[in-house]
Design a protein around this ligand. Structure first.
Ligand SMILES: [Fe+2]
Length: 571
């Protein structure tokens, strides 16, 4: 039984294919179209489906769209359609304030937004680009195959079903779903029991987004930059945020409307230099989020009695918050979906539908890595290199020869195996460098044309993590920060953020043999089992997907070498 998962409703459009409970492939649309996040989260783009990601998933499964048994879409429009749920027509706004301003819609554009979602089955079989017709043509809009899954159920399923736990508490924090903005479950076997939820307009995710905009960044995109900025500030405005967020019983909270201009002064315009005030706002917001998340998680622990916690939703990409939950709540183990943002809802929706269809059959598969995207054989890569007439050499021992280049303080593009699913590069599409010299952080920010304040993160051999990072433990998805151990601090200065933390990725041989062997070889040469790992892209661009993307990025950026499959390209 094939289940196609689709996330298209807001942003980070993505697709996955699940066969009898087993994930075969998953990818974000942005990697194929080069439009970061796939699209902006506005009602007018809701009709855009992730056709390229779907095509890729069908290709991996070796099937056509017409062969798919279930289509799981990670948003349920019927939750919001109210009395219009059975109507043939809803009125679309030409002048929204004239036609649709009414209490039944939360926004004047809801009719447009919802009609695009309701009509997604037709769009899937009619709207595909011509060049993808091979796998799409001939499919019919079979509505009985379609499952509109509640957005937060999709997030929760993406966190619980691929986790290593049989029974666990689940917390979802995002901007918004249909109505829910935060939700809490207990997961057991194939089931998720909803315990409580917070509804719009109260949303920790939307509060973080609003402050992101106030600080001159792009909301629904640059929240991780605010998190990085927070390390430079003081909690000057913490009380102001505390007053905004009121926590009630059963994990519920309300957020009071606030005028940021009155509270914090004028908003920063993009490209204006940062002031201490903006660092302090970011810091205060981050602290308020952490405090709130700890309170919510403590309630959830008491409510469920579970030792294990699963997290998803865009807010769960906040690795500093995750570390605070890890260190300040009674949960013993935390598993965060690597595609915690909306991309992961394609996976969650598909796993949920699969589980619903096979109620009595236990089909849980732990997700031990995030390598679910496209890969290319040596033959394919070499053919492309020859066609482009670039010169290259074939490596006999990829880890050994690459480690030698890195030990010379060179910056390399590293392109190996299946592309990562989720926003982090985890050693398949990465830029790698030595962490030994402090100046490397600055150099990488220049190479990638990133802001100076942005840290770069380390990958560390799983067996060495406890020796180099305080309380260091298994952390394969770069979703938690750890403090660098004092006696190691001057050995890896480039990956220490200003507050001595590092957002680490642990790697073992099972997850990615070549990547693991490379770090191990680097350790042999330098005594340091750590490399800098940052995503293989430049500012504003999605992470590279194809060999062509990798070579274009390499030749138009000032890094020194590219190791793509078995081949080395040098400048
Ligand atoms: Fe979401």
């Amino acid at each position: 039984m094939y289940t196609l998962g689709i996330n298209a409703v807001f942003h980070d459009s993505s697709a996955c294919i699940v066969k009898d409970g087993e994930l075969l492939a998953a990818a974000e649309e942005e990697r194929f179209t080069h439009v970061k996040h796939g699209k902006r989260p506005i009602p007018f783009s809701t009709y855009e489906l992730p056709f390229h990601a779907i095509d890729y998933c069908l290709h991996v499964a070796g099937i056509h769209l017409s062969d798919v048994d279930n289509i799981a879409y990670s948003f349920n429009p019927y939750t919001l359609l109210g009395r219009h749920a059975k109507n043939e027509n809803i009125v679309l706004p030409l002048q929204p304030h004239l036609t649709t301003k009414s209490k039944e819609w939360s926004s004047e554009w809801d009719p447009l937004f919802l009609s695009f979602i309701v009509n997604a089955p037709g769009q899937l079989v009619d709207g595909y680009p011509h060049h993808l017709q091979k796998r799409f043509a001939g499919a019919k809009a079979e509505i009985n195959k379609w499952h509109f899954v509640d957005h937060h159920i999709a997030h929760a399923a993406s966190a619980f079903f691929p986790s290593p736990f049989h029974r666990a508490a689940v917390m979802v924090l995002d901007g918004r779903g249909e109505k829910a903005t935060s939700s809490y479950y207990v997961g057991e076997g194939n089931e998720l029991e909803l315990l409580s939820q917070v509804n719009m307009p109260h949303s920790l995710g939307l509060l973080y987004e609003a402050v992101t905009s106030h600080l001159g960044f792009l909301h629904s995109s640059d929240e991780y930059k605010v998190m990085a900025l927070a390390s430079y500030g003081k909690p000057v405005y913490l009380d102001a945020f505390r007053k905004m967020i009121n926590i009630h019983e059963e994990g519920k909270y309300t957020i009071e409307n606030a005028n940021f201009e009155e509270l914090f002064g004028e908003r920063r315009m993009k490209h204006e230099p940062f002031t201490q005030k903006q660092f302090d706002i970011a810091h205060s917001l981050q602290k308020a989020l952490e405090e709130t998340a700890v309170k919510l998680a403590n309630w959830l622990h008491a409510r469920t009695g579970c030792d294990d916690l699963c997290l998803a939703g865009g807010v769960a990409l906040n690795c500093v918050m995750n570390a605070v939950i890890r260190d300040n709540t009674p949960f013993k183990n935390i598993w965060v979906q690597p595609a915690a943002g909306d991309a992961g809802t394609a996976l969650g929706a598909a796993l949920w539908v699969d589980a619903q269809q096979t109620k009595n059959e236990y089909r849980r598969n732990e997700m031990e890595h995030a390598y679910w995207g496209p890969d290319y054989s040596d033959e394919e890569v070499e053919q492309f290199l020859n066609w482009t007439k670039v010169s290259y050499k074939k490596l006999d021992n990829i880890p050994q020869e690459t480690a030698a280049i890195l030990a010379e303080d060179k910056v390399i593009g590293w392109y190996q195996g299946r592309m990562e699913f989720g926003p982090r590069a985890l050693g398949s599409r990465s830029i790698l460098a030595s962490p030994v010299n402090a100046s490397m952080q600055q150099r990488l920010n220049e190479i990638k044309d990133r802001e100076d304040f942005r840290p770069v993160a380390p990958v560390v051999l799983e067996e060495d993590v406890a020796e180099w990072f305080e309380q260091g433990s298994y952390s394969p998805f770069m979703l938690f920060v750890y403090n660098v151990k004092e006696d190691k601090a001057d050995k890896i200065p480039a990956v220490r953020h200003v507050d001595n933390t590092a957002r680490i990725q642990t790697i073992n041989r099972k997850q990615h043999p070549l990547y693991y062997d490379l770090v191990k070889e680097f350790k042999k040469k330098t005594g340091v089992p750590v490399l800098i790992n940052t995503s293989f892209n430049t500012r504003g661009e999605p992470i590279v997907c194809t060999p062509r993307d990798a070579i274009e990025c390499f030749w138009t950026s000032p890094f020194d070498a590219l190791v793509i499959n078995s081949f080395l390209l040098e400048k």
